[in-house]
Design a protein around this ligand. Structure first.
Ligand code: SIN
Length: 511
């Protein structure tokens, strides 16, 4: 059992605020849920750092939705189920694909500037696992940034929505009747925010791994605090590795993504001997589902002894590359590679998390008043392997549904202040330095693309030792609290992966 709360507190003694709904997270799921909440509800959005520090902002490829002529939600359904390797919740996928066009329309109505064809229709592209062109995108390869900017503009227009930046969410406060509010740390002091409902849209777990595309803030805090509060976390072994992050030896906190849309537009994967290899692995070649491409690259890297393979777009019109992928083009140029003339070195890294806080079709968790959406949630739509560009989509559809459920039920909820005092005696000031790096390395080496029980058990023993050490310590700084959150999530991923003996989707066992 984890600690119930990271720190001791007495609610009576904390500075207090109240609101109707707290939203933790400023990515697409959080902002979109906020604008779908009724305007007479007092809504507070909490962001750990500045608002744009989130994974949605980094999203390049786009949003999957059956909006192009000839496409249908039924086809989108089939591709999602197939990519999910038989582990998707069909009812949840149906909701996702059927409601996708309506949320794209809503974004257009608030001014999201999606890329368009000369006739005004939305431009669509293709990515791994999609049998049709159905990914809408913006600014070429900066869809997340455009959607985030438009949602934030909309939030700022609403007088019922306030935003707290640089605010660390420490713990969900609950009693047997449900979720009551949140303890945060802001400007060095702890505060208690009471609310009638709480939406966790705090993102995934990328920083549990050494190599990830995820923003530096993505340390699994929301999932870890839900776990401490008794929420059900499921499918924790399903971690997605994106096939093509740019290979670089620079010590960035996250790896630069080379969008799957680059392959969707004809990019070819070659090993370091220059040989195209994907047709040997799957009939859909470079646009096969993500887990298959990631494993194929991993195999080729092992065969050639190289830490990367190449992505080749040199056969494409240079002007097309520069306008369709302006940010990728500029970033690679900065790293010394002109992608219109040279191959891009790429390798798979952690990118997305399919597991998370179990919810129903309305984002409700097993704790009354606690909702989850976006990457923090496990709605069941992704199964064992998420279909490309279904992530922003899930954030939209299920973020809105959380809001709709709260709108229709919140009037029955009274704002109550629980009388909770939580004591922690064990202040031992252990030396926690180096623990975070060690866990990230363990996860990289033993809970990656290929897994085996013996190594994972060894990693779990080590992570459990770190948890024991951290639980003894006084965790006053957000960095130390993040490290314990990382440790809890790492242990849950390892436990899930050890328990699941057979390979499925992203979970690939070699023993
Ligand atoms: C990408 O652009 O390849 C990422 C899209 C996604 O994660 O679905």
């Amino acid at each position: 059992m984890p600690l119930r709360y990271l720190n001791g507190f007495d609610i009576d003694k904390l500075k207090k605020e109240t609101c109707d709904v707290i939203v933790i997270g400023s990515g697409v799921a959080g902002l979109y849920s906020a604008i779908n909440l009724d305007r007479d509800l007092k809504v507070l959005i909490i962001s750990k750092e500045t608002l744009a520090e989130n994974n949605s902002y980094l999203a390049q490829g786009g949003i999957a939705a059956a909006v192009a002529e000839g496409d249908m939600p039924e086809y989108h359904f089939e591709d999602t189920i197939k990519a999910g390797a038989g582990a998707c919740d069909e009812a949840a996928v149906k909701v996702l694909v059927q409601q996708a066009p309506r949320d794209i329309e809503m974004l257009c109505s608030i001014g999201t500037n999606f890329d368009r064809n000369p006739d005004g229709t939305l431009t669509t592209t293709r990515e791994g696992g999609h049998r049709r062109f159905r990914i809408v995108h913006a600014l070429g390869d900066a869809t997340g940034r455009e959607v985030f900017d438009s949602l934030l503009r909309e939030c700022k227009k609403r007088s019922n929505i306030s935003i707290l930046e640089n605010c660390f969410a420490v713990d969900i406060v609950s009693d047997p009747k449900g979720c009551k509010g949140l303890i945060v740390k802001i400007e060095g002091e702890y505060r208690y925010i009471a609310s009638k409902a709480l939406i966790l849209a705090s993102g995934g777990v990328g920083q549990v791994y050494k190599n990830t595309t995820n923003a530096a803030v993505i340390t699994g805090d929301g999932m870890a605090m839900a776990y401490r509060a008794g929420a059900e976390l499921t499918n924790m072994e399903f971690v997605q590795f994106h096939p093509t992050a740019m290979y670089s030896t620079a010590a960035y906190e996250n790896k630069f993504l080379i969008s799957e849309a680059v392959r969707g537009e004809g990019g070819i994967l070659r090993n370091t001997e220059g040989k195209r290899f994907m047709p040997e692995y799957h009939e859909m070649a470079e646009v096969a589902p993500r887990d298959i491409v990631a494993r194929a690259i991993f195999t080729e890297m092992r065969k050639t002894g190289s830490p990367f393979v190449y992505l080749d777009v040199t056969h494409k019109d240079p002007e097309f590359i520069k306008t369709r992928f302006p940010n990728i083009y500029k970033h690679c140029l900065k790293e010394g590679i002109d992608i219109t003339k040279e191959y891009i070195p790429v390798c798979p890294v952690q990118h997305y998390f399919m597991g998370g806080i179990r919810t129903d079709l309305w984002g409700q968790t097993n704790i009354k008043g606690l909702y989850a959406c976006g990457e923090a949630a496990n709605t069941g739509v992704h199964g064992a392997n998420r279909l490309a560009s279904n992530s922003l989509l899930e954030g939209l559809v299920y973020g809105r549904r959380c809001a709709e459920k709260i709108n229709s039920t919140v009037a029955e909820v009274n704002l109550e202040q629980p009388e909770i005092q939580y004591k922690r005696e064990n202040i031992s000031a252990a030396d926690t330095s180096g623990i975070r790096e060690s866990i990230k390395n363990l996860m990289n080496d033993h809970a990656g693309i290929e897994r085996n029980g013996k190594d994972m058990s060894m990693a779990l023993r080590k992570v459990n030792e770190y948890i024991a050490l951290l639980e003894k310590d006084s965790l006053d700084s957000p960095e130390d609290m993040e490290t314990l959150n990382i440790a809890y999530i790492a242990s849950l991923i390892l436990k899930g992966a050890i328990r699941r003996k057979t390979s499925i989707g992203s979970h690939y066992r070699i023993d």
